[in-house]
Design a protein around this ligand. Structure first.
Ligand code: TYC
Length: 129
């Protein structure tokens, strides 16, 4: 039998892990009608006509636009639902998701609720814009 006494390895977790926030991104294409994009944004993301129009136009002009920021699961579900809404009508409309570092920082200071940022100027940081 060995005389070696090994210390129990205990990892102390100092704080509760916060779910990573993800951006939902609207991607431009050449085929989906503008009015249809606006309709989907209003239905899936509860935007007003004006908000939806400007998000659609930003994606149209710049290639992509951040629609909103949510916890990862919600972002993925919404992006899938919105993309499928286009697919059902035969449109190539696409919503993607990606991690949002800035929103995580802000949420860690303020609240864990999702932050909706339609047509945020920081969209310029997107590689696709
Ligand atoms: N570019 C499309 C058109 O001219 C409209 C459109 C805008 C499509 C944004 C997708 O994410 C999009 N009909």
């Amino acid at each position: 039998m060995s005389n070696t006494v090994s210390k129990p390895r205990i990892k102390v977790q100092s704080k509760t892990e916060r779910p990573r926030l993800h951006k939902v991104i609207l991607v431009n294409d050449d085929y989906t009608p503008r009015e249809f994009v606006v309709t989907v944004l209003k239905a899936e993301f509860h935007m007003s006509e004006d908000q939806a129009y400007w998000v659609m136009m930003t994606a149209h002009r710049r290639g992509a636009c951040v629609v909103a920021v949510f916890a990862r699961d919600i972002a993925e579900t919404k992006a899938t639902r919105a993309t499928e809404a286009g697919g059902r009508k035969g449109h190539p409309l696409t919503f993607t998701t990606e991690p949002e570092e800035w929103a995580e920082l802000r949420a860690s200071r303020e609240t864990s609720r999702p932050i909706t940022i339609p047509a945020l100027p920081s969209v310029t940081s997107l590689t696709s814009c």
